[in-house]
Design a protein around this ligand. Structure first.
Ligand SMILES: Cc1ncc(COP(=O)(O)O)c(C=O)c1O
Length: 285
């Protein structure tokens, strides 16, 4: 199927969907983005994603080029052009095109691109065996709460992970606390509690993270949002969450087993609860 993208006011075949070489996204990574999952035509937590997009763009003084209601409609239209059973919708917004200068002019028209693509599901093998991660000291900027298109550190982290036969890099702060992954939030089961780094400028407020904490609390699992280390006593499981992964058990870190080295009960329970939550959303909309 030829993909169709929405670019600055028009639907175009992907090959013809282009932006200007002086776009500030290309020149400076001066922009923000969102990724939304869509299952069987139902968008997962669309309002939460749109609100985060608005917060991200306001944080860098880019005015969204359309209202959130219009954006929702454009996302739906883009999906209808590319109606995959399991889809991921990308919305990328940059400050616009202008002759290269760090200081942006006042009157720029933001660039907006929306695409809908097939969302690859994690393989059964990955789910049953869990995935592997490595750790690196965080080399990113100090506003990781903004979903910025400047993802160079994440690219390096993913490359290093792949080179070492792993799927993800967990970023550590200078004290060795696990912050988050290149494209995931990270959790541990410690003494039976679900622990994850609190929301601050060092982590992205993942929409899936929020959902994981909600379903965990609803099941009576105690949740602690606090800095945590891989070396803590009582740590039996690690997992990561994202729009494209739901919850994924992480069973090896830096080549060492986490706990028993296979997906633990809390990871499997949370993964199942999340998938149930997705199903409920499908039925209720
Ligand atoms: C750095 C980072 N943290 C966390 C996440 C997970 O966010 P979400 O659950 O909203 O997909 C992402 C997703 O791309 C990310 O890039």
């Amino acid at each position: 199927m030829t993909l169709t993208a929405w670019v600055n006011g028009r639907f175009l075949p992907l090959d013809e969907a282009t932006v200007h070489i002086e776009d500030r996204g290309f020149q400076f990574a001066d922009g923000v983005y969102e990724v939304i999952a869509c299952f069987g035509g139902t968008f997962l937590d669309l309002d939460a994603h749109l609100n985060r997009l608005q917060r991200s763009s306001e944080s860098i003084n880019i005015q969204l080029p359309v209202s959130l209601t219009e954006l929702k409609s454009l996302i739906e239209q883009t999906y209808r052009h590319n109606p995959f059973d399991d889809a991921m919708i990308y919305v990328q917004i940059t400050r616009g095109a202008a002759p290269r200068s760090h200081l942006p002019g006042a009157e720029l028209t933001p660039t907006m691109v929306i695409t809908s693509r097939n969302l690859p599901m994690p393989s059964a093998q990955k789910i049953s065996a869990g995935v592997a991660a490595i750790t690196l000291e965080d080399m990113r900027w100090k506003r990781c709460d903004i979903k910025s298109i400047a993802l160079l550190a994440s690219v390096i982290g993913k490359q290093e992970a792949a080179y070492r036969g792993a799927d993800e890099t967990f970023w550590l702060d200078e004290d060795g606390n696990v912050l988050e992954g290149c494209a995931t939030n990270c959790f541990a089961a410690i003494h039976g509690m679900l622990v994850t780094h609190p929301l601050d400028h060092q982590v992205l407020g993942g929409i899936t993270r929020q959902m994981v904490l909600k379903v965990a609390k609803a099941q009576g699992i105690s949740v602690e949002e606090r800095p945590w280390k891989l070396t803590e006593t009582g740590l039996t499981e690690c997992m990561m969450s994202s729009t494209t992964n739901a919850v994924m058990p992480v069973c090896h870190i830096n080549g060492e087993k986490v706990g028993t080295g296979i997906p633990g009960p809390m990871s499997m329970q949370l993964r199942r609860l999340m998938l149930d939550e997705f199903e409920t959303l499908k039925v209720s909309t």
